[in-house]
Design a protein around this ligand. Structure first.
Ligand SMILES: *[C@@H]1O[C@H](CO)[C@@H](O)[C@H](O)[C@H]1NC(C)=O
Ligand SMILES: [Zn+2]
Length: 453
């Protein structure tokens, strides 16, 4: 049942692009960005202002579902081809405010949108290069209803507004794919990717906000992403769910543990104090994440099932981490600008990480036709040992694939039913803010024995 629902909705997602005319421009004095808590209407207007200022490199769209209370879920995209995926340009996303009372990420993404636009216009070479080679999606709020509730309540409560308007924690509401991969790994480590079709039951009804984001994940071929929270200061990486059922303290390693640690460090080390070993923990008794490089495995901290981070990794080609941006959930307005300064380089550096490793196109060697849904397997041979990484990515619409990898030597195998697999050996040496190494695969059709009769 479920399988049919997801497969069809993934194909049917219609993206409604919004144009500047959708927003009334009456009574607006200026379009310069202000640090403040933007309400839901102002959030939308800010994104449309940015789009008006930078129409050639942005588009704004709404997801397929509104929130429970009927608010639109809005995304702004930056790219030199904002409305389309271009082969070999990786797609990146930030989603903030899925917990409605965790508000810093929402304001940071609004500022980031304005910053990318202004810096692109000003000819900042790094930003021009980033936007020229990457398609970046920013979704400042996944839970506008919760934001409203928390704000109406004064923003000081640890729980009010966390959940959506139906009282559901959206970061526990995704199908639990960790369970599927853990159950399978004892006998087949190859069942480790694109698992949505294996979901046979759900613990909770899927909320419209969750459904909208699931459809986004299944539709846009994201390569890397982060979801932005508050309440602590740490970059958290998969798995979030413990393998053996421990509530706390159990490191749940994913096959891409090294790559995820790299992504988390890419944020922590570019943040003003996330990785500072001398900072104090948020609350007495909390883990001193500063002493651990500002990063943590999710399950080791505490186990979460049905989270968005692991859903991305196990349902799609996307590698997602979770960013806890500060001890406060509802950051005070006068701290927002300083927080932006502290997070700015980290936010940009993480987007660059969608360019690590290898990428390329898979095609039919005889006809040149691109092959979508080919499997890209990786064996780490850095130390002369064969260490398979049991997490395949797949090629997408135009046969393009993206395989994030840390520095090392790898055997990469492209395979697809009906074709002979092909193997290449590659040395990855990621350059700072460079691009992935290109490795294309022309596969020969396996015409089958009948040809020889
Ligand atoms: C491959 O192995 C090397 C050496 O152990 C390690 O440094 C590197 O991070 C590994 N790559 C991945 C993607 O796990
Ligand atoms: Zn949160």
């Amino acid at each position: 049942m479920l399988r049919i629902m997801f497969v069809t909705t993934a194909v049917m997602l219609t993206v409604s692009y919004l144009v500047a005319a959708d927003v009334s421009t009456e009574n607006k004095d200026s379009t310069s960005f202000q640090f403040k808590h933007h309400n839901n209407k102002e959030m939308f207007e800010t994104l449309m202002d940015v789009h008006e200022k930078c129409p050639a490199i942005t588009t704004v769209y709404r997801l397929s579902e509104n929130s429970v209370e009927g608010r639109p879920l809005i995304v702004i995209v930056f790219s030199v081809h904002p409305k389309i995926h271009k082969p070999l340009d990786p797609e990146f996303k930030y989603i903030a405010n899925m917990h409605g009372n965790e508000v810093l990420g929402r304001e940071l993404l609004l500022k980031l949108a304005d910053y990318l636009c202004e810096e692109y216009k000003a000819g900042n070479a790094e930003i021009v290069k980033l936007i020229t080679n990457t398609r970046i999606h920013l979704m400042p709020s996944m839970n506008p209803d919760g934001w409203q509730k928390s704000t109406d309540d004064g923003g000081s409560n640890y729980l009010v507004g966390r959940n959506n308007a139906a009282g559901i924690d959206l970061n526990r509401n995704f199908p639990d794919l960790d369970r599927i991969v853990f159950d399978n790994e004892a006998y087949d480590k190859n069942i480790n990717n694109h698992l949505v079709h294996m979901v046979d039951h759900l613990s909770f009804p899927i909320q419209p906000e969750t459904k909208a984001v699931m459809q986004l994940i299944m539709t846009v071929p994201f390569v890397a992403s982060a979801n932005l929270h508050g309440g602590d200061l740490v970059a958290n990486y998969p798995y979030d769910a413990s393998r053996y059922g421990n509530v706390q303290g159990e490191y749940a390693k994913s096959p891409d543990d090294d790559t995820f640690k790299w992504l988390a460090m890419s944020y922590a080390t570019h943040h003003a104090d996330m990785a500072n070993p001398n900072r104090v923990p948020c609350r007495g008794g909390d883990t001193n994440f500063g002493k651990e490089g500002g990063i943590t495995n999710g399950a080791k901290w505490y186990s979460v099932r049905g989270g968005m981070q692991d859903f991305n990794y196990l349902s799609s080609n996307d590698f997602e981490i979770t960013l806890e941006l500060g001890c406060d959930k509802y950051t005070s307005e006068d701290a927002l600008e300083h927080e932006w300064e502290k997070n700015k380089n980290a936010l940009i550096n993480l987007i660059w990480q969608s360019h690590i490793g290898v990428k390329g196109q898979v095609y039919n060697e005889y006809t040149g036709k691109p092959l979508a849904d080919a499997f890209i397997k990786v064996v780490n041979i850095t130390n002369g040992e064969e260490m398979p990484i049991f997490h395949d990515v797949t090629s997408v619409h135009d046969g393009d694939y993206y395989r994030l990898l840390t520095d090392g030597e790898y055997r990469i195998i492209a395979s697809m039913q009906g074709y002979f697999p092909k193997t290449e050996v590659v040395v990855v040496k990621n350059e700072y803010h460079g691009e992935a190494k290109i490795l294309n695969f022309g596969l020969k059709p396996d015409v089958g024995v009948q040809w020889y009769h």
